[in-house]
Design a protein around this ligand. Sequence first.
Ligand code: NAD
Ligand code: ZN
Length: 340
Amino acid sequence: MHMKAAVVHDFTKPLVLEEVPKPTPHEGQIVVKVQASGLCHTDIHAAHGDWPVKPKLPFIPGHEGVGYVAEVGRGVKHVKEGDRVAMPWLGYACSHCRYCVSGWETLCESQIPMGYFMNGGYAEYTLAYANYVGRVPDKVDVFDAAPLTCAGVTTYKAVKVSGARSTDLVAVFGIGGLGHLALQYAKIAGATVVAVDLLDERLQTASELGADITINAKQVDPVEEIKKLGGADVVISTAVSAKAFEQGYRALRRGGKIVFVALPADNYVQLPIFETVLNGISVVGSIVGTRLDLQETFELHAAGKTRVIYEKRKLDQVNEAFEEVEHGTMHTPRLVFDLS
Ligand code: NAD
Ligand code: ZN
């Protein structure tokens, strides 16, 4: 049997919509009928070969795929045909290294990222490891579940790692797929939230989602504006721009913490040692989230505490959709492919 998929054959060429063999599950694996598949900016980095470690060509991107279990392989006990599942970035981890056993499976050295080193959700069917899919609660709509599967869990975790509290000023740089959820988790933590982006439309969305202050970094200097507020206790850096990381760093108050989340192709930032030491600044990286983080992300959404703002696209529009995200021309922070 064959299925439709969007395939990257070349880092410098558009994706190709083609018929490829439908996967079959081996031991411990399942095949998921994808219904909704979010477009994360990571998929664009993957398709362009932006990062120091590149995917092996050809591959099918996508790590916000959500659907139902269509087939189960041998030895799979805890999911069955028809169950609703989400397939996050962490496609597989070894489950026995020091990272896995300490609840840091996202740092496992044997991990296999979905839509990067194994085929992902830009397809009608996707092969997954049963132990690493998330269960989607009945109360969570499939199109909401897709962005929550990466943008949601990643920023839920980043806010957790930041330790943001009710008295903190949290600045979220970048109000795209990740940022529009980051600001909601910071609000849930009780913080006062500053949203920073270059697009007024994204800042409008940020206000609607509860951001207390919005700053257009194209029009004013975000560092100056945040300093006027006393400086940020926490910066969550989701803007795909090294410059925004440096601005985020400079917007911190003494004792503040910046969480690196975005992964721009331009891999380096310049940070001063002297000020970092004397001001007691923390710089920390945060990579996606664990299975528990994903479950908690879904629980918050099922409880009505978060909103996902997206528009649908057909998988056939994948190349146009990539351009929309790169230029920020769509009207919502996230695009989701409709494969239902
Ligand atoms: P996105 O394109 O939806 O959002 C990025 C936002 O940043 C856009 O709204 C854009 O207007 C804004 N922006 C760009 N330059 C800016 C600047 N100089 N100042 C302020 N805002 C600016 O992207 P996304 O899907 O939210 O992903 C964001 C980044 O996070 C990507 O690099 C992606 O690869 C990375 N990512 C990291 C993890 C992780 O685990 N750490 C997980 C998922 C995605
Ligand atoms: Zn992602």
